[in-house]
Write a protein of this length. Structure first.
Length: 395
């Protein structure tokens, strides 16, 4: 058997990142930035008011001031202000050059209702510059806004747009084909004869791929005999797939169709993990990545998390290939395996915010659906007891 890290390293070594392309920042959410973004301008671009109120010069309160201008957001006015003058100003408007602070409406006797009539300031500004956002106080032109390899969230594309940048260089979504193998498989909802089961792995793996940010271009199943896997690869490449993920057909049985037909394209290994020991990986002459995962749904999901998901993110140039992790105490004991690392679906009990507990879910697909993540149980001759702390990769 080989280690999980060795198998993952072989997978990532074969990944060639997708070519970047320019995209409008408004259409880039969810994509991975391939070049760093630097601010095109200062943010704010000018000294601006942080409050609705009155721009004033140095003063002591209480004092009544003459209102010489009305400054809404977007104005380009810069009125002269002498001692005893004020300018009504709205949040975001440029602060007059002569002003030293902004007094909020609530610190005046009449507030907004006074219009442009003289205003009485009840409370003086606490210091020069009060309620003024200085030019460049958030970002200076040329400053780094978002680093290369970052997946763009709504907040990040908002920061990029605010810095004056309209176009970004990103990866497109990886394209993936998902192929279930097994002559016993029948589409969900159809009548079953003896020996048949509903086909669910392609639904599961396609969903995991889409949650990763990939585009599923083909989802199908093939039987245990014939050239189904090779035909599926041809169809996937015709659809532009960057990766093909097979479930089933990679173990040690007599009808392992992926292993029996794709030995010239894929290597098949036993990996020190539970579940998911049998794994296959390779590339076609065209460069399409080929993954062979076990057929058990939980084994397939765990294998996807450990090997396929990092590969898809590496295709995009994502700097973060793995899931976020937390250290959590087990709610109950767990039997360790001396020769294999275990990946256990767990639900997180957050009743006590200061002490989360990880509780293994029920076996099978239903238990997988209840899981919040995977607890990593290191290979050991010593069993774990309730309260022992483990690493949980969060879903």
């Amino acid at each position: 058997m080989i280690d999980v890290a060795a198998h993952l390293a072989a997978v990532l070594e074969a990944v060639v990142p997708l070519a970047p392309a320019a995209r409008d920042v408004a259409a880039a959410r969810g994509r991975v930035l391939r070049h760093p973004v630097h601010a095109a301008l200062d943010v704010p671009a000018f000294d601006s008011s942080a409050m609705d109120g009155f721009a004033v010069r140095d003063l002591t309160a209480p004092v009544t001031l003459r209102v010489v201008a009305d400054l809404p957001a977007g104005t380009d006015l810069d009125p002269r202000m002498d001692a005893g003058d004020a300018a009504r100003i709205m949040t975001g408007a440029p602060v007059p050059t002569d002003a030293t602070a902004v007094v909020p409406f609530e610190d005046t006797s009449s507030g907004l209702a006074g219009g442009l009539d003289p205003v009485t300031v009840v409370d003086a500004p606490r210091a020069p510059g009060a309620h003024i956002r200085r030019r460049g106080s958030d970002v200076r032109a040329g400053d780094l806004v978002v680093s290369e390899g970052t997946r763009l969230t709504a907040a990040r594309i908002g920061a990029i747009a605010a810095s004056g940048v309209a176009m970004v260089s990103v990866s497109r979504a990886p394209r993936i084909a998902v192929v279930s193998t097994g002559s016993e498989l029948v589409a969900p909802g159809r009548a079953l004869r003896r020996g048949q089961i509903p086909e669910s792995n392609s639904v599961l793996l396609a969903g995991l791929a889409e949650e990763t940010g990939a585009e599923v271009v083909l989802r199908t199943s093939v039987g245990d005999e014939g050239e189904g896997p090779r035909e599926a690869i041809a169809a996937a490449e015709a659809a532009g797939a960057d990766a093909v993920v097979f479930s089933g057909g990679v173990s040690a049985g007599a009808y392992e169709v992926v292993k029996n037909t794709l030995g010239d394209l894929m290597r098949f290994d036993r990996v020190r993990m539970q579940p998911g020991k049998p794994q296959g990986f390779g590339r076609t002459p065209a460069g399409t990545l080929l993954f062979g995962l076990p057929g058990n749904p939980v084994s397939a999901a765990v294998s996807f998390e450990l090997f396929v998901r990092p590969a898809l993110r590496a295709l995009e140039g994502d700097a973060e290939l793995g899931r976020a992790t937390v250290r959590v105490a087990l709610a109950e004991g767990w039997r360790a395996r001396a020769e294999r690392t275990q990946y256990v679906p767990v639900a997180l009990d957050r009743t006590d915010p200061a002490r989360w507990l990880a509780r293994p879910t029920a076996r099978g697909a239903r238990g997988l659906g209840d899981a919040d993540g995977l607890a990593v149980i290191a290979a050991s001759a010593v069993d774990l007891v309730a309260g022992d702390v483990v690493t949980v990769a969060l879903w």
